[in-house]
Design a protein around this ligand. Sequence first.
Ligand SMILES: N[C@@H](CCC(=O)N[C@@H](CS)C(=O)NCC(=O)O)C(=O)O
Length: 213
Amino acid sequence: MKLYTYPGAPNPRRVHVFLAEKGVQVPTETVDIMKRSNRQPDFLAKNPFGGIPVLELDDGSHLAESVAICRYLEALHPEPALFGRTPAEIGAVDMWIRRLELQLMMQVGLVWVHGSPLTKSVVPKQLPEMAEMAKAGVARTFDTLDASLGARPFFAGSAYTMADVIALTTFDFAADFLGLRPAPDAKNLARWHAEVSARPSAAAGRAPQRSAG
Ligand SMILES: N[C@@H](CCC(=O)N[C@@H](CS)C(=O)NCC(=O)O)C(=O)O
């Protein structure tokens, strides 16, 4: 097995944090997405959509999409369960994964692609209005997440799950690369972020240096 990855990139970091929570090690190979190596024919043969992470299986086939990779790893290494155990837990984890992907990560991605000088060459034309609109959406989502989290220890309930992995990696990317953070009065998110950041797994897949404050 081999994981194609890039230090600090949020989607690969999900898999690194997940593996660290499982206590499992997988060999890695860095694909330089800043040099667009992932858009060359040899990498597109592994993932036609070009994104990382990609997991190469022992039979030579490839699995893309960070959540799909983590589900595969969960099936191989069921403990500790990070996608829930009971039907209610499994449903709650999936609900939060989808909310975090669709309401948060997607809008953070729009700010990244349309608002950062680092991604100028990625889109045919950067649309600053799109970045501004998405930025406002991220702020609204942070507020909703803070209210929804309430006093619960983790997004999907009392156990740390894949939903927390996605939230942590998205929050850190938004803060480090785009300067987007929850409002100072979002106390529930602040408490949650401090707790999940203190887990040893939080260091996994993090960029050696932060690009922006
Ligand atoms: N939905 C995919 C997203 C993959 C993705 O967009 N990865 C980014 C890195 S965080 C990437 O490869 N960007 C460079 C590119 O798409 O060319 C996943 O969850 O794995």
